[in-house]
Design a protein around this ligand. Structure first.
Ligand code: NAD
Length: 454
């Protein structure tokens, strides 16, 4: 059970009332390909009772909390003040001018009969022209793009898009989630260090400013929580972190933790708990969707591979267990293989050793569906980031590390990668939000308790 004294380091010490999720919530996505269309199509289908939100903690998860009798748990969506699926409105930007029905058919994830049953709703959603720079995604080229004198002009156009989208749809609040292609690997440079330098760089068209940073800048200026679902640098740079603190906007990312890395961050803690050594971990994948085509470019691949590599060392801590993990050889490969489409296949060969150093092997073959795993994560982070904004939590939301391969943390805080520790922290924060509502508003803990006792 979560107690105030055990609050995560980033929890607010004095609980402030969480504003109720009144009105409609816009979910704006730069990048409306396989992940975005599977998320949007999935929510529309679930609203009509055509499927269940499997994989979504916000919709199917439970919490143990004070108001429940011992051993009983409350559905998260009953006790945490989250926006309802019926209140979500979808929009975004893409370099291809395709409505969401056409884009979903092209992505080839959701079955045609499902898409046909929600066709008019999907067709009503069209992407806005994108901020695009081929230097950052050189395997794609599209014409549905903005033009402007400078990158600051582009940011102003995205801000105008956000304002118009809010007005046209009568939205109370919005969040922005980068579901765009993985951008080429880059490291923070001088232009990323301060907000003043970054804004000067926007005006001077600095080549170090990626399109994803322009969207993030626009979102933070418009007070929209910003999420990065890809491994790009984006919101990690000091300039955007400073802007988010100044404007009191929550940030979270990066790179959704869906398949192979999710399994890795479950198994590695088990090996460490049992003090079994790991000599090597070889991970390889085949993937045939557009994301796979983008990742076929070595610079995009580098961003993804670095993101996928980061978890293991943090979990195994070779510096504390040199006999077990000091010589670990970790390798991650992604291969573009068109016949598989979105149905990624991942293999892991893990060379472990036990008593007296005797070697053993573990083999994993995960035949997954990339966007089917990612869509519920998009839904959860949209709702939880909206909760963060209404709760007054700003800057990097590392209680959402559960969702990312490379969690972005506040300065000086080490990322947690162990999936179950991440889940504990997420539950602690949700519990805090639920308790705060119970103490401060008309939410009736006792009524909830009576209902659960029936
Ligand atoms: N599916 C997963 O399991 C998973 C997990 C972690 C991360 N991701 C990341 O999520 C992102 C989306 O994946 P996907 O499978 O939907 O890819 P996708 O190629 O189907 O969709 C990405 C879309 O982004 C668009 N795009 C590229 N640059 C843009 C820009 N500057 N502005 C607006 N749109 C832009 C592309 O045209 C494309 O339609 C990728 O970066 C991927 O690496 C996916």
């Amino acid at each position: 059970m979560y107690k105030r004294s055990e609050a995560p380091h980033d929890a607010t010490t004095t609980p402030t009332p969480v504003a109720r999720p009144e009105g409609r919530l816009g979910v704006l996505m730069p990048g409306m390909g396989a992940v975005a269309t599977t998320f949007i199509g999935g929510v529309l289908a679930i609203r009509r009772g055509l499927g269940k939100p499997i994989g979504s903690l916000s919709q199917m998860g439970t919490l143990s909390m004070d108001c429940a009798p011992s051993g009983r748990v409350c559905p998260i969506r009953d006790v945490v003040p989250l926006a309802r699926l019926d209140d979500l409105v979808f929009g975004g930007w893409d370099i291809f001018d395709m409505d969401m029905y056409a884009a979903a058919v092209e992505a080839g994830v959701l079955a045609k009969p499902t898409l046909d049953s929600i066709r008019p709703d999907l067709q009503a959603i069209r992407p806005m022209p994108a901020v695009f720079d081929r230097r950052y995604v050189n395997r794609l080229d599209g014409s549905h793009t903005k033009s402007g004198r400078t990158k600051m002009d582009m940011a102003d156009q995205v801000r105008a898009d956000i304002q118009a989208f809010k007005a046209d749809n009568g939205l109370a609040r919005s969040v922005m989630i980068w579901c765009g292609s993985t951008e080429s690997y880059s490291q923070p440079g001088p232009v990323h260090q301060t907000l003043t330098g970054f804004e000067a760089g926007l005006k001077a068209d600095d080549p170090g400013i990626a399109p994803s940073m322009i969207y993030a800048y626009a979102a933070i200026q418009e007070r929209l929580p910003f999420v990065n679902g890809a491994p790009n640098l984006t919101e990690e740079i000091p300039a955007l972190q400073a802007l988010a603190q100044h404007n009191e906007v929550p940030l979270s990312g990066k790179d959704f933790k869906t398949g192979q890395t999710m399994i890795k961050t479950v198994l590695a803690p088990a090996f460490r708990a049992r003090l079994l050594g790991v000599a090597g971990w070889f991970s390889t994948n085949i993937l045939g969707n557009r994301d796979g085509a983008v990742l076929d470019d070595p610079q995009a691949l580098k961003a993804k591979e670095i993101s996928k590599l980061s978890a293991l060392e943090h979990i195994l801590r070779p510096e504390s267990f040199p006999d077990l993990y000091a010589d670990l050889h970790h390798s991650v490969k992604i291969n573009y293989y068109p016949p598989r489409g979105d149905n990624k296949e991942g293999w892991d060969n893990i060379d472990i050793f036990g008593w007296l150093g005797y070697p053993m092997q573990v083999k994993i073959n995960f035949l997954c569906r990339d966007s089917i795993l990612a869509a519920p994560l998009v839904l959860d982070v949209a709702l939880f980031m909206d909760l963060a904004a209404r709760s007054g939590w700003h800057g990097p939301q590392d209680w959402l590390s559960f969702y990312y391969k490379s969690p972005v943390t506040p300065a000086g805080v080490t990322a947690e990668h162990d999936l179950f520790k991440q889940l504990e922290r997420l539950n602690a924060r949700l519990n805090q939000a639920a308790q705060t509502v119970a103490r401060n508003t008309e939410f009736d803990c006792n009524r909830q308790k009576r209902r659960l006792l029936k």
